[in-house]
Design a protein around this ligand. Structure first.
Ligand SMILES: Nc1ncnc2c1ncn2[C@@H]1O[C@H](COP(=O)(O)OP(=O)(O)OP(=O)(O)O)[C@@H](O)[C@H]1O
Length: 269
């Protein structure tokens, strides 16, 4: 029997309600996201899967407050327990949330890092935004986080330009997690890396997410990533969520014909 949930665990951290988005340049009938609803609980990892163009990144960017949806709501429960409507927040407050309680891991690490400052400064910067000023402490924390993501802390003064793709992604993860966010949004965090680098990075993400009890939404076109990281999986097709459930159930016993096709195209010889 599973232990009863604490009150805080039972209440979701994030609620997306009937969200739709059509880009202004798109044809009238072309919705990037249509009627998407989801909830995310504390400590839960949810994958959003689907083929290219199915609306995964648009949905994630709407959740992150980066794209104002054409319709629908994104509600987030702040650390102080207050529910906020992400798109009704003043820009300043939304930016503060994304620097403190949220993290966003970009597919291309160069977009999530500052490439012209050192690795250590990339990690320390988010702490400075929270008011930490002591240089020695910032540097020590940056080194500690580099170690946690299995980067050599001796390279704290190196530019991320001197890092490989996998190392940059680890640094981006350290930069995001150093402020102990409650919610982490990831857009294809391992895509484009060598298979062996991907596998190690996925292990690291899985370990950190569990250890820090993070809630995460992970966009991926790779069902293997969903299988490894996510408790639940949502399947998107042409902007709509066509199926959602526990990851094992969705992948082992897909109900929607599109999910069946996705799963069979992965397992087919
Ligand atoms: N900035 C934009 N302007 C106009 N249309 C866009 C824009 N960004 C995405 N779209 C369109 O919205 C739809 C959903 O795209 P989105 O990038 O969300 O899909 P995705 O599932 O994340 O795909 P991929 O895995 O290729 O990134 C697609 O038809 C895409 O062409």
């Amino acid at each position: 029997m599973t232990a009863p949930l604490e009150a805080d665990e039972a209440e979701p951290l994030l609620r997306v309600h009937d969200l739709s988005h059509r880009f202004p340049s798109a044809a009238e009938e072309h919705w990037a996201v249509r009627g998407a609803s989801l909830v995310l609980h504390p400590g839960e990892v949810v994958a959003i899967v689907g083929e290219s163009g199915s609306g995964k990144s648009t949905l994630l960017n709407c959740v992150a407050g980066r794209i104002a949806p054409s319709a629908g709501q994104v509600q987030y429960r702040r650390a102080d327990g207050r529910w906020v409507d992400v798109h009704a927040l003043p820009e300043r407050e939304r930016r503060e949330l994304s620097r403190t309680e949220w993290g966003f891991v970009e597919q291309h690490a160069a977009e999530g890092l500052r490439m012209n400052v050192s690795a250590g400064a990339n990690v320390g910067e988010r702490l400075m935004a929270l008011g930490r000023r002591h240089y020695g402490e910032l540097r020590a924390t940056a080194c500690e986080w580099m170690e946690r993501v299995e980067l050599d802390p001796m390279r704290v003064d190196d530019s991320p330009r001197a890092f490989s793709g996998g190392m940059r992604q680890r640094l981006q993860i350290a930069r995001n997690l150093v402020t102990r966010p409650r919610l982490v949004l990831m857009d294809e965090p391992t895509t484009g890396l060598d298979v062996s680098v991907q596998a190690k990075l996925l292990d690291l993400i899985r370990l950190l997410v569990a250890r820090l009890h993070l809630s995460a939404l992970v966009v991926t076109h790779d069902l293997g990533v969903a299988r490894l990281l996510a408790h639940r999986t949502l399947v998107m097709r042409q902007g709509r969520i066509v199926e959602q459930g526990l990851t094992d159930r969705v992948l082992e016993d897909p109900q929607h014909p599109y999910t069946q096709l996705l799963v069979s195209s992965v397992v087919a010889p």
